[in-house]
Design a protein around this ligand. Structure first.
Ligand code: DQA
Length: 145
């Protein structure tokens, strides 16, 4: 499969940022880990990260024109606020899995809403960065179904 992994705001600061929630692994180490996993599963993978909502919308739209077959997205805080990201995933109809490194369901009330979830084929929370690998598995399962 041709996959795209999208990370939203502040995820470029992994390793530095609130390690109790997000661990010590850096963003670069995360990409290396996902690339190795996708390689071992025979998937082609590319990556996009932005701190800007509109740039994330653009990346989702571009995925359609690039023939992407599955999206793994951690929208960061935009999970809880962005109807635009929800609409973008709906617009392109590419199977998408939502990932959160932390266990969002055990955190603040404002993190209990996810707009994008309404358009996703699966959600992974609380597995640390291994959640991205689990999301790849879910996209595979969805693909063969
Ligand atoms: C997060 C959870 C969000 O609530 C938060 O705003 C993030 C990261 C996670 O990976 O656990 O930026 O998506």
């Amino acid at each position: 499969m041709k996959l795209l992994v999208i990370n939203g705001p502040n995820l470029n600061l992994l390793g530095l940022r609130e390690p109790d929630h997000y661990g010590r692994e850096t963003y670069q180490q995360l990409l290396d880990k996902i690339r190795a996993y996708c390689g071992s599963r025979g998937h082609e993978v590319s990556f996009f990260q932005s701190n800007h909502e509109g740039a994330l919308v653009d990346a989702i739209q571009q995925a359609y024109f690039d023939g992407v077959e599955g999206i793994v997205i951690n929208p960061g805080a935009y999970t809880h606020t962005s109807v635009a990201l929800l609409d973008a995933v709906k617009a392109v109809s590419i199977p998408t899995v939502e990932v959160h490194i932390s266990k969002v369901e055990q955190r603040e009330d404002f993190r209990q809403v996810s707009f994008i979830r309404l358009a996703c084929v699966g959600t992974v929370t609380g597995l640390g960065t291994d959640g991205y690998l689990r999301a790849v598995d879910l996209l595979e399962e969805h693909h063969v179904r």
